[in-house]
Ligand binder design. Structure first.
Ligand code: ADP
Ligand code: MG
Length: 243
């Protein structure tokens, strides 16, 4: 479903991604762990060209894009195959919950309002927000706002869902409701890449876990392999500190 080949990213002279290669199969849930500053967010953002990768090839389904010769149409195609859930929710403050979910459908996917509303209501029901349709983001808890963020991503029916530390901005007591929602999404057969600091959660939902440090993949494996029998010394250190 996704294939990355030798992705490099520089910010000016800073080499932030140093040749990333990996693939994600259809329906697979892959978590990315690693210390702060290791390039996890940059990697997710390079997949949909929120950041322009400096070099490398990104493949999603049948779309294969070389970063150095990507056309506008290529970038649009990659963007339309993905949807991202951000740490800071990134909701429109002046839009209601329902409008926040509908807007991607009406503006990006050009779906008629009536149909967009129907799809959005169904998805908001799945994330447990039917009783908040006409609320504004400021009237919601952080956990509810993030569930709107998840609903907005799901509504687009992307080939790949990208989560960038979806619970890091939340007060501890609100983390569980969001993790539960993401678990449900994972169990529905969606293809997902999830950057998270929640190790137990990563262990539970992932088919595969990737450990990144300093712009490189240090190690990857099943949760069982990576958490119970890490090979690399740096993975062991990270897990020891994180526990
Ligand atoms: P992580 O998500 O693993 O914490 P990031 O991908 O955010 O790591 O950052 C990796 C490195 O790239 C860091 O050194 C960070 O300071 C740098 N960086 C990230 N975004 C930018 C940017 N927009 N401009 C310049 N440097 C950036
Ligand atoms: Mg980050």
């Amino acid at each position: 479903m996704i294939k990355l080949e030798n992705i490099h990213k520089y910010y000016d002279s800073q080499h932030v991604l140093k040749g990333i290669d990996f693939s994600v199969n259809k329906g697979e849930v892959v978590s990315i762990l690693g210390p702060s500053g290791s390039g996890k967010s940059t990697l997710l953002r390079c997949i949909n060209f929120l950041e322009q990768p400096t070099r490398g090839i990104i493949e999603i389904s049948d779309k294969r894009v070389d970063a150095e010769s990507a056309s506008k149409a290529d970038i649009t195609a990659l963007r339309n195959s993905t949807a991202m859930v951000f740490q800071q929710y990134n909701l429109f403050k002046n839009f209601t919950v329902l409008q926040n979910v509908m807007i991607g459908l009406t503006s990006v996917k050009k779906i008629h309002k009536v149909e967009a509303k129907k799809i959005s209501m169904e998805i908001l029901e799945r994330v447990g927000l039917t009783n908040r349709l006409n609320h504004y983001p400021s009237q919601l808890s952080g956990g509810q706002q993030q569930r709107v963020g998840i609903a907005r991503a799901l509504a687009l029916k992307p080939e790949v869902l990208l989560f960038d530390e979806p619970t890091s901005s939340l007060d501890p007591e609100l983390v569980d409701e969001v993790l539960t929602t993401i678990k449900r999404v994972a169990n529905e057969g969606n293809t997902m890449l999830v950057v998270t600091h929640e190790l137990n959660f990563a262990r539970e939902i992932s088919d595969r876990v990737i450990f990144m440090e300093d712009g490189m993949i240090i190690e990857e494996g099943t949760p069982e392999q990576l958490f119970n029998r890490p090979k690399a010394e740096r993975t062991k250190q990270f897990l020891r500190k994180a526990i």
